[in-house]
Design a protein around this ligand. Structure first.
Ligand code: SF4
Ligand code: SF4
Length: 167
């Protein structure tokens, strides 16, 4: 049975304990937390890899990726025909809607999206949680390096086929 006021007393006890913690026991924001390397903090965009295939925007369950592009004609010297390529005009992610499911990062066939563990991008205006391609690109240097190659792991297809050719 709950004694009236016991919840409040417990809460005050926790507050008192935190307030009287010995100096030196520092917590966030004074000390940055040690996050696992695969933490889902924010999504970074490597713009050069994006082919505007739209797969991420189509698969996003929240419809919070907004992409615009235009076509550009590329003339290659010596080629019989010109070819067309997509140029990215807009790539925004609305982090006020994003649920950090990671589907966009998983489905991108061109390795243009990455998870960064950075999480300090809270805003006082919800509209500022819409990150454009430049802002998403600024997160790229914070993306952790991929894990080192396992020397005992399975060889890549490229290595195996190169070995077959050499025989
Ligand atoms: S993490 Fe999920 S919700 Fe967020 S932008 Fe990617 S697909 Fe959409
Ligand atoms: S899936 Fe990748 S390549 Fe395709 S539009 Fe999205 S970020 Fe660009």
């Amino acid at each position: 049975m709950n004694i009236p006021g016991s919840g409040l007393a417990k809460g005050l006890a926790v507050t008192l304990k935190t307030m009287t913690k010995p100096v030196g026991t520092q917590q966030y924001p004074d000390v940055a937390p040690e996050l696992p390397p695969r933490s889902r903090g924010v999504i970074a965009l490597l713009e050069a890899n994006c082919t505007v295939c739209m797969l991420c925007a189509r698969e996003c369950p929240d419809w919070c990726i907004y992409i615009d592009s235009h076509k550009e004609t590329v003339e290659t010297p010596g080629a019989a025909r010109t070819r067309q390529r997509n140029v990215l005009d807009r790539f925004d992610i609305d982090f006020s809607l994003c649920m950090y499911c990671g589907i966009c990062v998983e489905v991108c066939p061109f390795d243009a999206l990455y998870w960064s563990p950075e999480f300090e991008y809270a805003e006082t205006d919800i509209r500022d949680l819409l990150h454009d391609k430049d802002r998403l690109g600024e997160w790229m240097p914070t993306v952790p390096a991929p894990p080192a190659h396992d020397p005992m792991g399975e060889k890549s297809k490229e290595e195996t086929s190169a070995e077959k050719k050499a025989l």
